[in-house]
Each structure stands twice: as structure tokens, then as C-alpha cells.
Design a protein around this ligand. Sequence first.
Ligand code: ZN
Length: 87
Amino acid sequence: MKEDKYCPACGKKLSLLYMKEKCPGCGVDLLRYDAEGRLARDAEQAAKEVEALWRFLRKADKARVIEKYCRKKGRPLPWEDPREEQT
Ligand SMILES: [Zn+2]
């Protein structure tokens, strides 16, 4: 199945064989425009994932689970343990 190609800026339908960098309709740099759009989407997605993970950790109080896991495995904690600094 063929997918139509459109200019991401002005929406002009482009030939699938159109390989030039500039949109014939608005002159936008197609390669760069797409790359920037993808970067922005990636950053947005990453931020959402971090936030989701953080909410999950807070809700489940997984910090203690991770601490326990690290102690059991003799691994360093991914962060300083404030309790150890006090002793
Ligand atoms: Zn265009």
C-alpha cells in the first residue's frame, strides 16, 4: 500500500518520488523540518515517560524496594542514602 507524502508545513501533497529538500509549495526544508518535528516529539515522549515513572515510584514507594534490592545485591544505590550520612 502506498502512503502519500505531504509537506509537514503547508500540507501540499508531494510525489513519492519527490526527493528534493525544499517543498515546492512553501519552500520549507523538508528534511530538517521533519527531523525537528521528530526531535520535539521524542523529547515530549521522554518527558512523559519520566513523569509517569516518577508518579509510579511515588505512588508505589518503590524507592525502598530499590534500596532493598541494591543492598541485597551489594550494589551502590543510584542516589545517596540520607540515613547513612546522619550516622
Ligand atoms: Zn510546504
